[in-house]
Design a protein around this ligand. Structure first.
Ligand SMILES: [Zn+2]
Length: 167
């Protein structure tokens, strides 16, 4: 049902899986220049089933992707959910979000961007609504992540809230 329909719509848009992956790789490359400011080894990128996006408790219903750091023989990986693959701008936003996770794992000594406007904390609390959801989100998104997202969103002229919460 819904799965087949959404996959068919994605194929209709991109023509083939190869074209889609070409686009994803070239977007990741240009976005990584903005996030890292230099060439780095990039994660694998892969389309994942939508049901993974909801998580076991259904706590993350708007997620467009996820990130797994390198683990022994497994390379770092960005997963994208089909729900974002019909919209180039949403793809950009989600890849940028996941690349910031990659940056956090790869770059440890850059303390120059540990500031962001205080009102962003208020917006985050307001958006997530409950202390439980807020603390769960914050456990995966540090102040350093938020600072970097603020800079990247400004450079790319993308909406910060989407960049924070759609990844
Ligand atoms: Zn995230």
């Amino acid at each position: 049902m819904a799965l087949d329909e959404s996959l068919q719509a994605i194929l209709d848009k991109w023509g083939s899986e190869d074209h889609l992956y070409d686009f994803l790789h070239s977007e990741m490359e240009s976005l990584s220049c903005v996030v890292f400011g230099k060439e780095v080894s990039l994660p694998d990128i892969q389309v994942k089933p939508n049901w993974l996006a909801r998580g076991i408790m259904g706590e993350h219903p708007t997620a467009g992707g996820d990130y797994e750091p390198e683990d022994n023989e497994f390379p770092a990986q960005i997963g994208l959910f089909p729900s974002v693959l019909l919209d180039e701008r949403m793809i950009q936003i989600v890849i940028a979000h996941e690349l910031i996770h990659h940056w956090e794992y790869m770059v440890h000594n850059d303390c120059s961007e540990l500031n962001y406007p205080a009102e962003i904390d208020e917006v985050i609390d307001r958006t997530l609504k409950t202390p439980k959801r807020t603390s769960r989100w914050r456990s995966g998104h540090s102040a350093r992540f938020i600072s970097k997202a603020t800079v990247v969103a400004r450079k790319l002229d993308l909406p910060l809230l989407d960049m924070l919460f759609r990844g």
